[in-house]
Design a binder for this molecule. Structure first.
Ligand SMILES: [Mg+2]
Ligand SMILES: [Zn+2]
Length: 222
């Protein structure tokens, strides 16, 4: 029996044109954020630890200002909405698996991706500084302290039954890309895939991804 395709799609820098956490930090954080960001990208500190530290740089009192800023600044990558509709037509399950935060992920995807199809981190503005809440931390098989652990999520799907398609752009997608049956990469994830010899398709728009999938047998099965 052929495997059924299931798509796991990153949010920041993948659905959106640029990374929203970076955009928030650039606008609101004191300059210490740059050292933390570099430590995350160089894998000197875990993503969960780094992102928690980044948001602790920001006072909760700025909540409304931050949300308004990011929702206004955010740009969606070309072809995204059409791509999600296409997956629905084809009956391909489509999940958002994001290291982003609820306050910008949910409003952006409203009316396009149902909330129950979204994995992302949550936020708490009740303290003096912004705290990130981690509903999807690593299982015992992942030692990376991911925050939102994409491999733990992928493992909840039966790999003998499904063809796992991972779409992403950065270091946060690397472990999932290693595990995937098929990878669509852009930006830093391309570098990492090259370095670690993970096969991938490069993409710039969601039309590129659909084009590849439509060519493939995997889609003829649905
Ligand atoms: Mg990303
Ligand atoms: Zn993990």
């Amino acid at each position: 029996m052929k495997k059924k395709p299931v798509i796991f799609c990153d949010f920041d820098g993948t659905v959106t044109v640029s990374d929203n956490i970076i955009a928030i930090m650039k606008q609101f954080a004191p300059k210490e954020w740059i050292v933390i960001k570099d430590d995350i990208l160089a894998q000197r500190i875990s993503i969960r630890h780094g992102v928690a530290q980044l948001f602790r740089l920001l006072p909760s009192s700025q909540k409304e200002e931050i949300i308004e800023y990011i929702l206004q600044k955010m740009r969606i990558r070309k072809g995204f909405k059409e791509f999600v509709s296409w997956t629905e037509e084809k009956g391909i399950p489509f999940w958002i698996v994001s290291g982003g935060i609820d306050f910008f992920v949910y409003p952006t995807l409203e009316g396009v991706v149902k909330p129950e199809k979204i994995y992302c981190n949550h936020s708490d503005f009740t303290g003096e500084r912004i705290e990130i809440i981690w509903p999807y931390t690593c299982d015992h098989l992942c030692q990376n302290d991911c925050g939102c652990c994409k491999v733990t999520i992928l493992r909840q799907f039966d790999s003998t039954q499904i063809h796992r398609i991972v779409i992403g752009d950065s270091i946060t997608d690397l472990q999932a890309a290693k595990m995937a049956d098929q990878v669509f990469a852009r930006d830093f994830l391309i570098e990492k895939c090259e370095e670690q010899k993970i096969p991938y398709f490069p993409f710039e728009t969601f039309h590129d991804i659909r084009f590849v999938l439509e060519q493939e047998e995997v889609c003829q099965l649905i």
